[in-house]
Design a protein around this ligand. Structure first.
Ligand SMILES: N[C@@H](CCC(=O)N[C@@H](CS)C(=O)NCC(=O)O)C(=O)O
Length: 203
């Protein structure tokens, strides 16, 4: 397998941490790429019309996106249980995945506002709305620590990647001080071998 890769993409990291948890990461070759919402990469678009990373090339010729599909595919390849079978537990996992992805979507939009939008076109309230989306999500997680406790699935992986990205790009949020339950969970969860190994991904 090959994956279109960007070292700072939290969605790529989500896929690679998933692969590491499943023990299939050695089967994936990283192909450096540069996705951008304005300066769109035609090489990515040639295989994925959305022009986004991650995009995965499976060994049988399938081209897969986005991170949700890739992670579920990797779970199949590794015969894992990161996506629980049909039932209540599956819906909880998938909803947590959506929460983590939603935090990332908001963070990415705020990031693009910071680095991609020209000065005269910036909209401060709109950016604040994205940051508030991250805050309300963290509030909800902090209020229900049992949701993440002892969890190892696509939900916990995605939330952990969202927190990783906040540490990378939004240190000024100081989320640990305001959400101590989430901080305590992340401190312990980050010690998982797959998370520790993900620090060694190229940058
Ligand atoms: N929903 C997608 C989001 C992927 C995404 O937004 N990736 C960013 C890089 S972190 C990207 O490719 N941006 C280029 C663009 O927005 O056109 C997923 O889960 O994979």
């Amino acid at each position: 397998m090959k994956i279109l890769f960007s070292p700072t993409s939290p969605y790529v990291r989500k896929c690679m941490v998933t692969a590491m948890e499943l023990g299939v990461d050695a089967q994936i070759t990283l192909l450096p790429s540069y996705a951008h919402p304005v300066y769109r990469d035609r090489d990515i678009i040639a295989v994925n019309p959305l022009g986004i990373v991650p995009t995965l090339f499976a060994d049988d010729g399938l081209v897969l996106y986005d991170s949700r599909v890739i992670c579920e595919y990797l779970n199949d390849v590794g015969k894992g249980s990161l996506f629980p079978p049909a039932g209540r537990e599956r819906w909880t996992s998938l909803t947590l995945q959506s929460l983590g992805d939603g935090m990332l979507d908001a963070a990415l939009l705020a990031r693009y506002e910071d680095v991609a939008r020209p000065e005269g076109l910036k909209w401060v309230q709109w950016r604040a709305g994205q940051i508030d989306k991250i805050d309300t999500s963290l509030q909800a997680l902090d209020a229900k620590p049992e949701l993440l406790a002892n969890r190892l699935d696509i939900g916990s992986i995605t939330i952990a990647c969202a927190l990783w990205y906040l540490d990378l790009r939004f240190t000024e949020l100081g989320w640990r001080e305001r959400y101590p339950q989430v901080a305590a969970w992340y401190a312990a969860y980050s010690q998982r071998p797959a998370t520790l190994a993900s620090w060694a991904l190229p940058s």
